[in-house]
Ligand binder design. Structure first.
Ligand SMILES: [Fe+2]
Length: 309
């Protein structure tokens, strides 16, 4: 029994039109049915994001994870402080719905893995003693590139009031693995086989909430180019271009209409077998980035908790 990867996330939002604009500007494909907007990546056969409009404020409704042997997970959930719960009204009744010890709602589903995107061109870097590109330019004029087309939902980062407890639940009850962490402030979890370095992560906050969802693009150039383009369209904050220490991915984050974040990423560490990976406990100085611009002052602010107050 184990979680195999990320499936989707669902947010309640106050302004559905703003959400549709933001995520379609980001490159996702939308289908809108009254007060519900569903999004997917071009080339993928399932939705990775759902926005439910008409809410008083933005709030994480639930995340969904691909998993197998759900009956064994159901037993583990109860043993590790979670609850098996009924499907919320209006939501799919297949799979297994659980609430973690903090009330985070998780939908475990037995679905096929993402469609593997077509192989992208090699990202070539000329370096001393290693010339791989001659007699041609690496770059097209700026207008020569198409707009963003994210390949897949890679990971979801959530707020947690107790990061070690959240990690204990997803590793012991759901069969995930701890990839790396930075003290008790932030932790990154993977599937135990053939996984991006992290598919689910937790950052410390007074309450649960949604921090960001991250979408893979083809190479570091696409991270920077698409990040800049979405920042100009959204008119809100951003953080990037930069590179994380933990997971090694290049990143660019753009703030969504409600203060949480959308990330483009490329070149993340890959864990084919968690038993052969040694998690590192990093210092706080490495918790956010190896290099990049200054971190926005509200980058780790949980607006969902503030709205409760
Ligand atoms: Fe991320």
């Amino acid at each position: 029994m184990a979680v195999l990867g990320p499936e989707s996330l669902t947010l309640e939002v106050p302004d559905l039109a703003a959400g549709i604009k933001f995520y379609t500007d980001a490159g996702l494909l939308a289908r809108v049915d009254d007060q519900i907007a569903r999004f997917r990546c071009a080339g993928q056969e399932r939705d990775c994001l759902t926005l439910i409009g008409g809410a008083a404020r933005k709030r994480l409704h639930h995340i969904a994870l691909r998993a197998e042997v759900l009956n064994e997970i159901a037993v583990n959930v109860e043993e590790h402080g979670g609850k098996v719960v009924a499907a919320p009204d209006g939501h799919e009744t297949d799979g297994l719905w659980v609430a973690d010890p903090h009330g985070l709602l998780i939908h475990l589903v037995e679905t096929p893995s993402d469609t593997v995107p077509p192989q992208v061109a090699q990202f070539e870097i000329n370096a001393p003693g290693r010339i791989v590109r001659t007699r041609r330019s690496a770059m097209l004029p700026g207008h020569g590139y198409k707009s963003a087309e994210p390949l897949k939902l890679g990971h979801i980062l959530l707020f947690s009031p107790d990061v070690p407890a959240s990690v204990a639940f997803v590793t012991e009850a759901l069969g995930m693995g701890l990839a790396d962490k930075a003290q008790d402030i932030i932790a990154f979890c993977c599937a135990r086989r053939n996984s991006d370095h992290h598919v689910l992560a937790f950052a410390k906050s007074p309450g649960i909430g949604f921090h960001h969802a991250s979408f893979q693009v083809g190479d570091p150039d696409e991270v920077g180019r698409n990040g800049r383009a979405l920042t100009e369209k959204s008119g809100k904050g951003d953080w990037g271009f930069g590179r994380h220490t933990i997971g090694s991915n290049f990143f660019h984050y753009i703030q969504d209409p409600w203060g949480s974040w959308f990330e483009y990423y490329s070149d993340m560490d890959f864990i084919d077998d968690h038993a052969l990976w040694t998690p590192t406990n990093y210092g706080i100085e490495d918790s956010l980035a190896n290099w990049g611009p200054p971190v926005p002052s509200d980058f780790v602010h949980n607006y969902e908790v503030e709205a409760d107050g």
